[in-house]
Design a protein around this ligand. Structure first.
Ligand code: NAI
Length: 248
């Protein structure tokens, strides 16, 4: 069990990619805290699955866009588990609109959750890691859209590109303390987020992917697992695409 006795916090862990990450890290022996915003029932169900691996699980409600709530969440985890060894900033939302139809609120909401949310959690977790002298891992779930842009996603692309900039900056700041910060950039993955796409859009997207299919949440979870274990101890500040060859 390569992650035995480690503690991992996965934001937005009650479904989709976050859930797959929580289960994968639990299967490697890590105790798991998932953060959820609204759906306590789904979060509790994920915790039951997590605990079936013989590790501890805890679900904490918190809107990652709120700085103070993130501070309190990290304090709670420190009291319950003593530390956070792995943080996965996965919580994310979309508010897709063409730029001329996108309003101030659409832009800010996406930046607040997808980018500021990752800052809010990273800041408090990194502080705890430094205090406890933990050789920690932070993995940010970005997107290929942050690398190449996408029609209707100026807000989302800005947030995901910003997350890559933050990943590299934090990697430079914290590398000397052996805290590694990396990002994963998924392409199209089968989750609730992509369920809303029309058949026509899905077909068009699939034809543009060399592997001709969307990925699964588990595909992303495998990379996060690699970036969370000692196997990746000399890797920091990197962005790993998980996109069936969409961006190369
Ligand atoms: P999803 O919509 O199924 O899951 C997102 C999770 O974030 C949900 O559990 C939701 O409750 C949580 N969340 C949203 N706002 C929150 C907030 N304010 N505070 C706390 N939690 C909050 O979507 P999916 O696909 O699992 O996405 C996970 C991550 O992967 C997101 O960051 C997304 O941008 C990213 N991603 C997804 C891709 C896809 O094709 N599905 C592609 C590239 C990146």
């Amino acid at each position: 069990m390569i992650l035995k006795d480690k503690v991992a916090l996965v934001t937005g862990g009650s479904r989709g990619i976050g859930k797959a990450i929580a289960l994968k890290l639990a299967s490697l022996g890590a105790n798991i805290v998932i953060n959820y915003e609204k759906n306590q029932e789904s979060a509790d169900n994920v915790i039951k699955e997590v605990e079936s691996f013989g590790v501890k699980g805890l679900a904490l409600q918190c809107n990652v866009a709120d700085y103070k709530s993130c501070e309190d969440m990290v304090k709670n985890i420190a009291e319950e588990f003593g530390a956070v060894d792995i943080l996965v900033n996965n919580a994310g939302i979309t508010r897709d609109k063409l730029i001329l139809r996108m309003n101030d609120e659409d832009f800010s909401a996406v930046l607040d959750v997808n980018l500021k949310g990752a800052f809010n959690c990273s800041k408090h977790v990194a502080s705890l890691m430094l205090k406890k002298k933990i050789k920690g891992k932070i993995v940010n779930i970005s997107s290929v859209v942050g690398l190449i842009g996408n029609v209707g996603q100026a807000n989302y692309a800005a947030a995901k590109a910003g997350l890559i900039g933050m990943t590299k900056s934090m990697a430079k700041e914290l590398g000397g303390k052996e805290i590694c910060i990396n990002a994963v950039a998924p392409g199209f993955i089968e989750t609730d987020m992509t369920k809303v796409l029309s058949e026509a859009v899905i077909e068009k997207m699939e034809s543009a992917i060399p592997m001709k299919k969307f990925g699964k949440p588990e595909d992303v979870a495998e990379i996060v697992a690699f970036l969370s274990t000692p196997s990746s101890n000399y890797i920091t500040g990197q962005v790993i695409n998980c996109d069936g060859g969409m961006v190369m």
